[in-house]
Design a protein around this ligand. Sequence first.
Ligand code: PLP
Length: 461
Amino acid sequence: MNNPMNTAAHPERTREEWQHLDRQHHLHPFTDFKELAGKGSRIISRAEGAYVWDVDGHQILDGMAGLWCVNVGYGRKEIADAVYTQMQQLPYYNNFFQTAHPPAIELARQLTELAPRFKQVFFTGSGSEANDTVLRMIWRYWQLQDQPQRRVVISRKNAYHGSTLGGASLGGFGVVHEQMGTLIPDIVHINQPYWYGEGQDMSPEEFGLLRARELRDTIEEIGADKVAAFIGEPIQGAGGVIIPPATYWPEIQKICDEYGILLVTDEVICGFGRTGEWFGADYFGVKPDLMPVAKGITSGYIPLGGVMVSERVSDVLMGDAGEFYHGFTYSGHPVACAAALANLAILRQEHLVTRIRDDIGPYLQQQLRTLQAHPLVGEVRGLGLFGAIELVADKASHRRFDSKQGVGMRCREHCFQNGLIMRAVSDTMIIAPPFILSHAQVDELVSKAWKCLDLTARSIA
Ligand code: PLP
């Protein structure tokens, strides 16, 4: 760098130049390269509050908070300042080999204060690493309990638990498993509690029980002495914002208790307030033994994840078991922990979680439901700051579109072009906006969504 004052992370370039370089050198996660080749990436260069801007200066309302993570909104100086200060004081040190540093210790303390049934926190760099850690902990726990044959972890179809080998094997996406070929053994998937998609011939309550009781049937089939744990997202996010019927989680808890198997709620999306409670487990009234977290822990400003460990597991792992041979270079990275501490302070000071429960959550849900009247919409569902809009070919029979029509993708494209980010999971449109969304921004989101549904309907007519 010739100019020592030039600290910009990247040079100025036009959109076309960025797109060209992107195509040549950048291998994107979860991207259809054939589709991308034709049109080039959208280049996002700036963000503030609930909006992002592309390099051409178009302002876009971020209905997805990045990837379900920028919960306190963009441009929070408090987090930037905390990161800057920490970088100057201690930019890195590890927590291996009986060392630690104040940011990791303080963050662990505050997290266990937020979720008092957890005694300790093991830090990771991401949600996927957190779920790999969960697997390692589950298997170590049962070894130490003299039941090493307890290996099987029961997960669910259409679950998302990350992209590492452990995370992707725990996840329940057939297309992912096909590309992997070989999965980590001892993971079994049962059906999901997706009432709109799979259960409409009975009441949601009956369906919730039916799907939860598959856990019992599966345990019996495998042999209770071989089952180690059950894992589930309180609300399946990437699977399409699947909100389980009220009967589901209490029944899952009952079955886990009955068979003594560990219960894991993957809080990577639900954690830190999106349901209007601090954790999804609080919302559904369950008592997990392990809780992987990430995303909202720093509002995505710096990568960080972790596993919250209950007394039941921690007492065994921390007993006279010796060393747990597991850890990441960046487990409890001090800068990430400083970002998390600043993020938690914002959530607390601005009462953002209770605001979701009492104010902006109910308002969003009420306004979102107006989309139910649109001819393309089969169901609108949501909770807290989660929302899903199911697009159907026939409203009365709930008949779906032929997947080749790519209706969800068309809608996602119309949204982008009209200043709104919604995500498409097949033909289900998803939102998970930042917690700082104003009432006026809810109105903006819903009116843009209506317009884009119109444009989508016209494009397939
Ligand atoms: N678990 C859940 C529920 C998620 O939604 C995700 C990511 O979307 C992950 C785990 C993986 O987290 P990461 O992408 O940080 O590895």
